[in-house]
Design a protein around this ligand. Sequence first.
Ligand code: RIB
Ligand code: CA
Length: 317
Amino acid sequence: MARQKIICDCDPGHDDAIAILLAANSPDLELLGLTIVAGNQTLENTGRNACHVLQWLGREQIPVYTGCGRPMVRDRVTAGDIHGKTGLDGPVFPPLRKAPEGEHAVSYLIRTLLASEGDITVVTSGPMTNLGMALRMEPRIAEKIQRIVLMGGSYTNGNVTPAAEFNILADPEAAHVCFTSGRPITMIGLDVTRKVLCYPEIVERMAKAGNCASRLFVDLMKHFCKAQKEVFGWEGGPLHDPVTIACLLDPGLVSTKPMNVQIDLSHGPSYGRTNCDAFGYLGLPATADVAVDIDADRFWDIIEDGLRRYGETEARA
Ligand code: RIB
Ligand code: CA
């Protein structure tokens, strides 16, 4: 069976890095490229981090395209409290050989989608600025996007404000452009990602794979989980972004409910909230399949399988 073509738009970011790890070496996915956005850290940091991760994993042939360094309208926000000054604090990487391509991420998205057969899934796990800008610059790409699968939002509460989740709050206007694109959307929100907490016993389990991927997982999770405990008090950090890839690998992993989702663009306390009409109060058509539950045990099996797929390769020099 043909591998599913995907483009991952991300802001690595510890959990983005695990999503990249999962997507970059799967027999079921063809990762065409990474498009990078500012979010967890500045674009310079997120771009460099993406190159480090691919080089470490021996997947340097996957191209990286850096994109928008700030949101479409609002001021830029970052998440150094969780991801550190580099955006990927913890692992020590060897000198970087890999560099981003010269083409801007928005240009790459437009060019690649327009040239496609309409068979590319765009996965976003950061602010949706690159995809939002691409849709505004070239609306014809909308019909060429097979599906948007995003980590973002929540139909309950947020993680930066009581109302809003980071990826959406970091660029609500871009999220609005994407959610009104008319394309099929799967929204993986905090409601399910907070059910996959990376407890110490999970880290110990993954370390047993004994390869470059498991080394990276352990080094990333040591920092990520410590930061999550300091900020949220949890014993394990929610592994948000890899859920997007895991549900492509196993569509039965998450259960979803079609809902009308509107991004709050008012500049009040709910700015950046994904208002998910779970009970159809508004009588408006559903605009997204919103994840409402996840098989956490299956998720960790997918993570372990993904790590072990890197074989016995040692950490990259
Ligand atoms: O709210 C969690 C999301 O924000 C994740 O994608 C994390 O990497 C940050 O980008
Ligand atoms: Ca992210």
